[in-house]
Each structure stands twice: as structure tokens, then as C-alpha cells.
Ligand binder design. Structure first.
Ligand code: IVH
Length: 674
């Protein structure tokens, strides 16, 4: 490829990738598979590597490319970043409305925009000629810190706008709840302190000097205000609409109302619904819509007179802690749980709460019988956040963390630098049970019909002592169990049987090797192809995998050196569990296939194959599957009722083949598909 061609292709790739980012991260409606996306990104990075002079800071490849900083630079905000006055009840909102109408000098109802108050971190973004040039934290309102590199890692943040505007936009960076839970689960596994809530996690991530950390944290951002003189809009609602049109993520739950009473009804409806969202909100923001009115209203020293924050009632309650139970997780980490006097919290009755970070237990010296504050944030398990030491009566009893594992009795240890106490007995029944629960879980071996309850039952009945035992269960012994009918037994056995076909990465992830998450499992499976190859691989070969560090590599090596692991693997193999990677391995692609190096589009309904199967077959032969037809497409495989993609292919003169021909080319025509 010459330089001109490269320039053009790079441009095309950047646009496609950013377009996909938009659909995936802003609209939440992916238009491509992760794999297709990864391939485009790979191609872009390769081309930019080959032609480094074509690399620009707004390339999507640069979202994670930054080098660690020594310190953040200071940024002077062009207009101060203010905070908002608070309202706590209906009366406060009516008072606000009265003040607004008085200042404007009108009896007429005012038009308001109501928005969710996102519980994250306020940031300001500067765009010049439609390009994102700088992003900053709020700081003290006048001066913030330059966190451009970290903000770039947020895929929902457009690097290039659809029109070349220059302005500042403000919004809230946040961590979705799922990302927060996932992050804390990983931290718990690695013995690192947990984040108390998604807001702290988001703030902690954006304050990291190394942008790679923010990049791993799945942050997102909602924009809620446009700042600048000469704006091409006359109202806040129009500004939000403009931002949306330019590719920004603007919260879709906003509504406009005329008069404060409808605002109040809306605010109340959200007080009840606040936990149904995938992210935390701590209230609502009510803003006067007209910019002319906003200007007339102006500011007090700290807050605008044209907006107010309505704060939801706190989801906290005080109750008495009666006992502390400790549970042992899959990795042996011991986690304490508080047993509480039942208390009503955000509409549910709470009897237990997590004490996961132990800091509270040790730092505040929790005592049995203490009054404690429990908090619930969304679907997250309630947690004890504070001890009311001033409410002590003298009747409280000191609590000591156990020194021995409640499940197996062996001595608990605190490993270097870890917060959590651990049981390090590999035969500990609690760890084994949790390990099997992980093995059958959806992202691991995905054995449907077996969950926590069934594993516990099998384990307690002595039917399973390791994951391998699952494959040696027999129908009679299961039928003899309580609550097990013929149908459930057959379903369970069928699901176990089916899991034998899983590709290697699922098995690797399911084995629960420390530090080996789904991503590492996939990388290992791709690189080594079979369990035996991986098992015999020297640590150096494992570390040589891009994205796998020494911590993972050493853990893998140590894992395979354990004698009981060898036994388990042999038994899994004897039972017929697949030990090979079934996906595409770069080094194994069939070069002679008609699909090698070709771009293929699938459209319409295939009769004998699922889309996924067809895609895998093409990829295994070195082809790429793309979601849309263009001049670059080599073949379109059209099934029944193919629509616009087929039309486009015909217009562009792209070769179209039917399913039968596809199977013949693949050489699979004899194969009988279920
Ligand atoms: S407007 C000048 N809208 O709440 C007014 N703020 O104390 C600028 N926040 O610092 C703020 N969601 O971090 C506005 N939809 C929203 C918001 C929002 C969250 C935060 C923001 C601000 C704080 C107000």
C-alpha cells in the first residue's frame, strides 16, 4: 500500500471505528461484533505503525496510547464551574420557582428542563474546530486538572464532532454499575481494597497518572451543558439537542415542563425509579430553559439562580448489628457479613449487609450490638458504611476476626499487601464449592441448570469434590437426591454433556486459576491452542504474550505444577472434555481457502448454519466478516430474504453467493447440521 492509499484507508478506518464507538457507547445499540471491531482497530494500528507520520492525536487508536504523566497540569476554566443550590422537598422547589418568577417579573409559568443528577465527577471538555483538545476536572471551580489523556479513554466521548464547532461542554463522567461491580470483584480477588461506590471508582480512575488504568475501567460520560458566547441556540433544551446531534451522549431521561407542579410530579416519579438505571443518580437537576431568562437571573457567589438540584432522600438507615458471619470465597479470601436487625431501606427489608472491606471492622473497632449505618446503592448489596460509636451503651461485645477458616479449620493468613484474610488450604471445602460454582457459571463452562443451589447440594451429598466429578455423575445417584425429578436430572446431564464441547478458553477461565480472567484465558488459549501446550509452556513463553504480565504468567505456571491439577485435568480429558481452542488462531489460518484475506458480508437467513457458525468458518479460513457492504467487500453470502445489503452488493458488482455454494467452497457440504 502506498502513502496515498494508506491515508485514505486510515481515514476510512477511523471514521468506521468512531461510528461504531458512537453506536456502541453512546446509543447502546452495537452495529458490529466485538471481533469485527477488533479487526478494524488492529488494521488501523498496523497502518499507523507503518506510516507514523499519519498518526494524529484524535485517532481512535490514541484513546489508550498515552504515556504515564508525572503530574497533572493545571487548567484555568474559561467560565467557572459552579455547583448548584439544593432542594430537599416540594416546598423547596416551589420556593425556587417563586424566586425565579420574581426575578424575571412574571406571573406566567416558567419552562423548565428536568434532568437526572448523575452521581459521578464533573468535567469540562474543550473542542476546537470540532476536535477534542482538552478535558479538565472541576477542581476548585476556577482551576482544575488536565485529565485529557484519561478522558480520551472514554469511548462515549467523541474525539471528532460531526460539525467543526469550537466550544466547551460540561458533563459528568461516571462508572456504570456493572463495570463497578466487575471492578470490585477483580479487586477482591486480587486482595486490593474495594471502591466504596461507583463515584469513587470513577474519580479514582480519572485521577490516575497512567491512562492505561482509566482505559481498563469502562467509564462513560453524559454531557449536560454547553458553555460559550455566541451559541447557535437560545435555550438549554436546544443546546442539549445540538449536543446530541453532534455525537455527544446526552441523558435520554430529560423532560421539559411548563410550571413547577409537573416538575414536582416528575421528580417524585424518579425518587421511586432511581434504582432501575444502570448508573447511580443522587437527585434531579431543574434548569430554566430559556437562555435569555438564565442571563437575567444570573448567579450568586457560588451557584446559578436559574438551576437547582433536588436531592433524593438518603438510602441509609441505622440498625443494630447482631453478629458477623464469615464466608470463604473461591480464592480463599474470607469476607465478613453483618447480621442485622431487620430494617427497611429503599423499599426493601435488609437483614444482612456486606462488611467487605474490613476497614470498618478494624479501623472503627466494630462491636457486636453496635448501631451501624447501612447504605444501599442500587442493586448493589447493602453495606455497612459507618459505626455509631456515640450510640454505644456499654453492652456491646468486642468482635475478633477468626484466626481459622470457618469451613476447614486451617489457619487464616494475610498475604503480603493484601487486605483480605485468606484460607490457603487447597482442600478447603468452601473454596472447592465456590470454585465449582464458578466453573459452571455462564461465562465459564455455562452449564445450565446447575447453579449455586445445585452445586451446594451435590457437594454436601458428597457427589462432587472437584470440577472433574461433574463429568462422572450418574443418573441414578442424582435421581436419589431430594428435589430432583427425572426431567431436571436429564436436563442437567445434557447440559454437562454439552459443556464438553466448549472451546479451551472457557475451560481455562472456569478452572479458576488466580489472576486468569476471561480475557487472559482467551489469550492463552489462542496462543497455545491446547491444554497440553499451555501446561508445558515455560513462563517466558507465556509472558511473551502481549497483554499478559508476569503476575498472570507465574500464576499459570504455578497452577500447572500442582499435582492435584494434573489429576483433575486427566480426569476431565478422560471424560471427553475438549481441551482445544476452537476459534481462530492467527498462525493456523488456511491460506488456500477462497476466503483467506477476503472481506465477507453475511445477509438474510441462512438455512443450515447460524450466522455465528458461518462467521467462525470464514474466520477460521482467514477471512473477515463485516457488517456492511462496500467496494472493499469481496463476497456477500445471501440467505433467504436478503434485503438492502444484497441490493447494494448488486449495485456495486460485488460477487454474491448462496449458502449452498458457500458450503461447497468450504468443503463442508457433506456435513449434516442439526
Ligand atoms: S448542571 C452551573 N446538570 O451536580 C450548573 N449538574 O452541584 C452546572 N451534576 O457539579 C451543573 N448531573 O457535577 C448539572 N444534569 C446535571 C448534572 C449535574 C450531575 C453534578 C455536577 C455539578 C453538581 C451540582
Amino acid at each position: 500500500m502506498d502513502r496515498t492509499q494508506a491515508t485514505q484507508r486510515i481515514q476510512e478506518l477511523r471514521e468506521t471505528i468512531e461510528e461504531q464507538n458512537y453506536w456502541y457507547y453512546v446509543k447502546d445499540e452495537p452495529k458490529m461484533t466485538d471481533h469485527e471491531y477488533d479487526l478494524l482497530m488492529k488494521e488501523l494500528i498496523a497502518l499507523e505503525g507503518e506510516f507514523p507520520e499519519l498518526l494524529t492525536p484524535d485517532s481512535p487508536s490514541q484513546r489508550v496510547g498515552g504515556t504515564p504523566l508525572d503530574a497533572f497540569e493545571k487548567v484555568q476554566h474559561t467560565t467557572p464551574m459552579l455547583s448548584l443550590g439544593n432542594a430537599f422537598d416540594e416546598q423547596d422547589l416551589r420556593d425556587f420557582d417563586r424566586r425565579v418568577r420574581q426575578a424575571i417579573g412574571t406571573e406566567e409559568p416558567i419552562r423548565y428542563v428536568c434532568e437526572l443528577k448523575i452521581d459521578g465527577l464533573a468535567v469540562s471538555l474543550r473542542y476546537e474546530n470540532g476536535r477534542f483538545v482538552q478535558g479538565a476536572t472541576r477542581g476548585d471551580g476556577t482551576t482544575g486538572e488536565d485529565i485529557t489523556q484519561n478522558l480520551k479513554t472514554i469511548r462515549a466521548l467523541p474525539l471528532v464532532l460531526k460539525e467543526p464547532y469550537s466550544f466547551e461542554v460540561r458533563g459528568e463522567a461516571y462508572m456504570p454499575r456493572r463495570a463497578f461491580e466487575k471492578l470490585n470483584a477483580i479487586r477482591a480477588e486480587q486482595g486490593e481494597p474495594l471502591f466504596a461506590n461507583p463515584r469513587n471508582a470513577a474519580a479514582g480512575s480519572l485521577r490516575q497518572l497512567d491512562p492505561k488504568i482509566a482505559a481498563e475501567r469502562s467509564l462513560s460520560i453524559f454531557l449536560y451543558s454547553l458553555v460559550g458566547d455566541d451559541l447557535p441556540v437560545a435555550s438549554h433544551s436546544a443546546a442539549l439537542h445540538l449536543l446530541e446531534g453532534l455525537g455527544f451522549k446526552v441523558n435520554p431521561e430529560r423532560r421539559e415542563f411548563t410550571g413547577i407542579e409537573d416538575v414536582i410530579t416528575f421528580v417524585q416519579s424518579w425518587t421511586e425509579k432511581r434504582n432501575t438505571l444502570g448508573y447511580d443518580i443522587d437527585g434531579m437537576v431543574i434548569k430554566v430553559d430559556s437562555f435569555a431568562y438564565q442571563e437575567q437571573l444570573g448567579f450568586t457567589a457560588k451557584t446559578p439562580r436559574w438551576a437547582i438540584a433536588y436531592k433524593f432522600p438518603a438510602e441509609e438507615a441505622v440498625t443494630i448489628l447482631r453478629d458477623i458471619e464469615v464466608n470463604v470465597g473461591r480464592t480463599g479470601a474470607v469476607t465478613p457479613t453483618a447480621v442485622l436487625d431487620a430494617v427497611s431501606l429503599a423499599g426493601t427489608t435488609v437483614k444482612r449487609a456486606s462488611l467487605h472491606n474490613e476497614d470498618i471492622i478494624r479501623g472503627k473497632g466494630i462491636m457486636l450490638g453496635d448501631h451501624v449505618v447501612v447504605k444501599k446503592a442500587g442493586d448493589i448489596i447493602p453495606e455497612v458504611v459507618e459505626v455509631k460509636t456515640n450510640m454505644r451503651t456499654g453492652e456491646e461485645k468486642p468482635y475478633e476476626m477468626p484466626t481459622h477458616c470457618p469451613a476447614c479449620g486451617s489457619e487464616l493468613v494475610r498475604l503480603d499487601e493484601e487486605v483480605a484474610l485468606r484460607c490457603i488450604n487447597p482442600k478447603c471445602p468452601a473454596q472447592i464449592r465456590e470454585g465449582i460454582i464458578h466453573f459452571v457459571s455462564r461465562n465459564a463452562m455455562n452449564i445450565e441448570g446447575i447453579g449455586e443451589r445445585v452445586v451446594t447440594q451435590f457437594h454436601e451429598q458428597g457427589l462432587i469434590h472437584s470440577v472433574a466429578d461433574l463429568y462422572y455423575l450418574n443418573r441414578e445417584e442424582l435421581l436419589a437426591l431430594e428435589r430432583m425429578g427425572e426431567k431436571s436430572v436429564d436436563n442437567i446431564l445434557a447440559a454437562i454433556e454439552k459443556s464438553k464441547e466448549n472451546s479451551l478458553e472457557r475451560l481455562l477461565f472456569g478452572l479458576g486459576i488466580r489472576f486468569v480472567g476471561e480475557k487472559a484465558a482467551k489469550l492463552l488459549a489462542q496462543r497455545f491452542g491446547t491444554m497440553d501446550e499451555l501446561k508445558n509452556a515455560p513462563v517466558n513463553d507465556i509472558v511473551a504474550i502481549h497483554e499478559i504480565g508476569t503476575k498472570i504468567a507465574e500464576s499459570v505456571s504455578k497452577y500447572f505444577a500442582m499435582p492435584e491439577v494434573g489429576d483433575t485435568l486427566n480426569r476431565l480429558k478422560d471424560a471427553g472434555v475438549n481441551m482445544e481452542y476452537k476459534g481462530l488462531r492467527p498462525q493456523e489460518v488456511d491460506q488456500d481457502s477462497p476466503f483467506s484475506g477476503k472481506i465477507v458480508v453475511l445477509t438474510g437467513t441462512l438455512e443450515k448454519l447460524t450466522r455465528k457458525e458461518a462467521q467462525e468458518m470464514i474466520e477460521a479460513r482467514g477471512g473477515k466478516v463485516s457488517g456492511s457492504v462496500s467496494k472493499k467487500t469481496d463476497f456477500v453470502i445471501a440467505g433467504e430474504e436478503a434485503g438492502s445489503k444484497l441490493e447494494k452488493a448488486e449495485q456495486l458488482g460485488v460477487q454474491v453467493i448462496d449458502e449452498q455454494t458457500f458450503l461447497e467452497w468450504i468443503g463442508e457440504q457433506e456435513r449434516q447440521w442439526p
